[in-house]
Design a protein around this ligand. Structure first.
Ligand code: SAM
Length: 250
């Protein structure tokens, strides 16, 4: 399906997001019916950052999560990383408009290869980011590595959760309405088709819990938001990565 894309623009890569950056925020607002802001707010609050915290937003894109972190506490410092220059450019404009340049710093970077010392951040978050990482487990390990022991890693993702009351309706929405509407508004149909296929390919919550435990996180929160339209996972970094993490997962 993506044969027309160059190697660099593999589905989900920063190059692919360059192509949809200009209308990314608008499409988000419309397709989520404005709920995306509340989902981000909920995920950021779940980090339970201490005072004078340092936080990392992985796959920051146009910086909505980074800005939300900065707006929830006056004394927090946020770094956002993303591989897409166009998404970051828009994010930087928003940070400047919000007069938050002193507290929000956006940098080029990838989840699988974070260029920070271990145990650097009080909280690490990624909203609709980890799904795009070529090595998802590696990305989660990296996010955990740079988190202080006792700190939290929050993941906000869209996934096809089975057995929910409104599951069939939500599946219809993500499988049919999202690619159609997203493609129409952004004029990049293939990219929004990717969104749907990547949502379908995302691990079920139980599988993702195992991945979290293997990375050294204790699963603290795992819950659907808005009837499963998206999912919030929060893990707390334990002192040491458990050697039997895979085996002990439920
Ligand atoms: C759906 S957007 C999410 C942006 C933002 N977190 C938000 O809340 O709107 C996904 C982002 O993941 C970024 N991305 C793609 N591959 C990545 C990787 N390997 N590591 C980190 N970010 C990546 C893309 O450039 C894009 O900005």
């Amino acid at each position: 399906m993506f044969a027309f894309l160059t190697q660099e623009a593999r589905p989900g890569s920063g190059a692919m997001f360059d192509a949809i950056a200009r209308r990314y925020d608008l499409v988000n607002r419309i397709m989520s019916l404005g709920l995306d802001r509340w989902w981000r707010r909920t995920a950021v609050a779940a980090l339970k950052l201490p005072t004078r915290a340092r936080a990392l937003d992985v796959a920051t894109g146009t910086a909505d999560v980074a800005l939300e972190i900065a707006s929830q506490a006056d004394d927090v410092e946020v770094i956002g990383v993303d591989p897409s220059p166009r998404m970051l450019e828009i994010g930087r404009t928003k940070v400047t408009d919000a007069e938050l340049n002193g507290r929000v710093d956006l940098r080029t970077g990838e989840a699988e290869n974070l260029t920070f010392e271990s145990d650097t951040f009080d909280g690490v978050i990624s909203a609709w980011g980890i799904r795009n990482a070529a090595d998802r487990a590696g990305a989660l390990r990296e996010m955990t590595r740079v988190t202080n022991p006792g700190g939290r890693v929050a993941i906000l993702e869209s996934l096809e959760a089975p057995g929910l009351l409104l599951g069939p309706m939500i599946r219809f929405y993500t499988r049919t309405v999202v690619p159609f509407l997203g493609g129409l508004i952004s004029r990049r149909k293939q990219e929004y088709q990717y969104l749907q296929t990547s949502i379908a390919a995302f691990p079920k919550p139980e599988e993702f819990h195992m991945m979290m435990r293997s990375a050294g996180l204790q699963v603290e929160v795992s819950k659907p938001l808005t009837f499963g339209a998206c999912w919030l996972f929060v893990g707390r970094k334990t002192a040491e990565v458990p050697s039997d993490a895979e085996g002990s997962a439920s």
